[in-house]
Design a protein around this ligand. Structure first.
Ligand SMILES: [Zn+2]
Length: 109
């Protein structure tokens, strides 16, 4: 949607809610980075391993909406089916799929 189109109140509220959610995620990522690099002796490799461990905790939060699997390979994405069929469409439904389900959905298209 271009910025000069008139937005509905609901669209404005959704945008505000998303902006707040993004700000919260940014704060969370900053805190993970700060905690991972807190001590003087933390080298980049140790910090990276700490950050990996912290982000791994986020994995189980996402559940594949097709098969119910949880894990780091489960991610939010544009619907692979509509993305393949209608690549010119600017916005696609956001879906949460594991890699095999995303591939299967893409192959259905
Ligand atoms: Zn799945």
């Amino acid at each position: 949607m271009s910025s000069n189109q008139k937005k509905t109140v609901e669209e404005e509220l959704v945008e505000q809610e998303l902006a707040v959610a993004v700000a919260i995620v940014r704060i969370g990522l900053d805190r993970i980075r700060d905690a991972a690099t807190r001590t003087e002796q933390t080298g980049p490799r140790v910090a990276a391993e700490r950050i990996d461990a912290a982000l791994a905790l986020l994995g189980p939060l996402l559940t594949c909406q097709n098969c119910g699997k949880q894990g780091p390979e489960v991610e939010a994405m544009d619907d692979p089916f509509t993305s393949a069929l209608f690549p010119e469409q600017p916005v696609h439904e956001q879906v949460i799929y594991c890699e095999p389900c995303a591939t299967a959905r893409f192959e259905e298209s």
